[in-house]
Write a new protein. Sequence first.
Length: 377
Amino acid sequence: MRSRFLEAVRSRRASFEEAAVPAEEARTLPADMVKLMRDLRLFWLKTPRELGGDELDPLEFCEVLEQLAYYDASVAWAAMVGNGTTGTVAGWLPDEGLREVFPGTGTDLPICAGQFGSRGRAVPVDGGFVVSGRWGFGSGINHADWVVGGCVVEGGAGAEILAVVPKSEATLHDTWHVAGLQGTGSYDFSMTEVFVPTGRVIEGLGTPGLRGGDLFRPPPLMFVSNELSPVAVGIARRAIDDMYDLARAATRRTGGVPVGERAAFQKDMGRAEARLRAVQVLYRDAVARVWDAARTESGLDDALVARTFAQHTYVVEECTDLVSRIFRYGGGRVLALSHPMQRHLRNLSAAMQHIYITDENYELAGKAGLESRPSSP
């Protein structure tokens, strides 16, 4: 299974790379790129097989996502969000709503986008909820069929739900004028008193999925936890390769020595490669640990969850820092908007702002570490 998807992605390298500039100019993926990704089934790698998805194991999924990011960050980001959001809907939506969102199991499967953060308000009514709110960062919403909005239930003592609605019932706001990940079409969207039937509401946000295999045993938060790191590593891998290519072709001199012949450049590039390999191993270790826990009776514990998010935070931080350190060797030419190096740095800087990348993850991991130690006698 893995080799089939990797081979398909690698065989379309030119198409993915050629989409980078048009996507940035349009601030969303071009229609022909969305069609290609649909044709290659790149939005349903985390959808249950019983619904027509491919349900890749997490490490296989990460390899595919990392390779996409090596070719273009916006394509990888769209695949990341499309898989995580669609897979969550496919795995956790009640059967009644699922039949509406997934009316068949053919090749024309739906794509979901949205925001899990509880930016909306859900008022309980007969048969469902009335939802209002505005959500940001709806990556890939332009090519999505359904949108997902996290809500706090009014009078529900802090209870949270995910409301799933047809995109036609939401209002899109063209707010995506940004410095990084420009091609992801991450618009705001809003709803005003939209009725959402109970069948299209996910209420068990801390429970295993209703269908699918072991992939859906962790709750939604952990189901999507393996997505950001492979994107960051793929971008950083490409940045290192592009800098090597630039150094070989460059005539820029510092003190009369071509940059590629400088010991400082060689040292920093060697260190960058070592750091990249370290974080690649680290994130795959985190993914493997969660996957192993998902397939055991004991399942996940709070300490593993905390350490997993801390590791993924570290991976994105390291990738951003190592690219920023080698960027200076490119000289003025890499400042050109046509040069890929500035795009790699901007995209990683944008990824650093993701809601899952926060110092609080380190704090929670440290707290878990303290609590796991026996008390002093």
